[in-house]
Write a protein that binds this ligand. Structure first.
Ligand code: UDP
Length: 235
């Protein structure tokens, strides 16, 4: 395997499947299957999950909800998704632990870096819920932060598109896909990979990011096996 330890970032929206809101159990089960395949190959897997399928802080602001309050709601949404993913993985026989950045002890372990690493070494999938635990951040930032903390080899950002394009492929038919691109080129070309805070943190710590289509069966295994799937952002 190319990677020994990975941090998989899944957006909350990815869990909606064809739905407009919430969690699609079929999609959840498909993701769990993809994850199981790489766990069985001995890859250590940590996951950060978003909450956009349930609540986003910024959208709450428009509804008259205070930003910080809304962000707390968003963070709790990621814990809900984490619980759902934990359950889907355990149905398939994969041992997991859910660690939350906000204390919610009856539901999830608190985030303890050393304990998370120990779980990974024992072959358990560790799901990080609650984002960074702070308002005004995103789960992309949480993904980069946790990846650095647990010394993951790479962040795999599962999306609906199969990589980074020169322009939006859904709007521009001349858009071309990059197989690899440097952090500097992403910034110079004004491409959107993650929000600026998350992206800069990754760049500063020389943590590569692979953007790939999580909805295509087998992609996750191909990436950890060293195939060039999606787009790799590197120094
Ligand atoms: N959030 C936050 N701090 C964090 C991570 C998330 O306040 O460290 C809140 C924020 O309101 C965000 C919501 O949780 O909008 C859901 O996370 P995100 O939008 O990153 O989820 P995704 O887009 O990946 O589904």
């Amino acid at each position: 395997m190319q990677y020994k330890r990975i941090l998989l970032k899944l957006s909350g929206e990815a869990l909606m499947g064809e739905r407009q809101y919430g969690i699609d159990p079929k999609r959840l089960s498909e993701y769990a299957e993809e994850i199981k395949i790489i766990v069985d190959k001995g890859v250590e897997v940590a996951i950060v999950i978003g909450g956009g399928n349930i609540f986003r802080g910024l959208s709450g602001e428009n509804n008259g909800i205070d930003r910080v309050q809304g962000d707390h709601m968003g963070m709790l949404a990621t814990v809900i998704n984490g619980l759902a993913l934990q359950s889907a993985l355990e149905v398939k026989g994969i041992p997991t632990r859910l660690q939350s950045a906000i204390k919610i002890n009856e539901v999830a372990e608190p985030f303890i870096r050393r304990r998370a690493i120990r779980h990974l070494e024992k072959g358990r999938v560790v799901i990080f819920g609650g984002g960074t635990g702070n308002p005004y951040f995103t789960t992309d930032s949480a993904a980069v932060l946790r990846a650095i903390e647990i010394e993951a080899d790479v962040i795999l950002k599962g999306t609906r598109v199969d990589g980074i394009y020169s322009s939006d492929p859904e709007k521009d038919k001349n858009a071309t896909k990059f197989n690899t691109i440097s952090f500097t080129d992403v910034l110079n070309k004004g491409l959107k990979v993650m929000d600026t805070t998350a992206f800069t943190l990754s760049q500063e710590n020389e943590l590569p990011i692979v953007v790939f289509d999580m909805n295509k069966k087998g992609n996750l295994l191909k990436i950890v096996s060293g195939e060039n799937v999606g787009t790799m952002v590197n120094i």
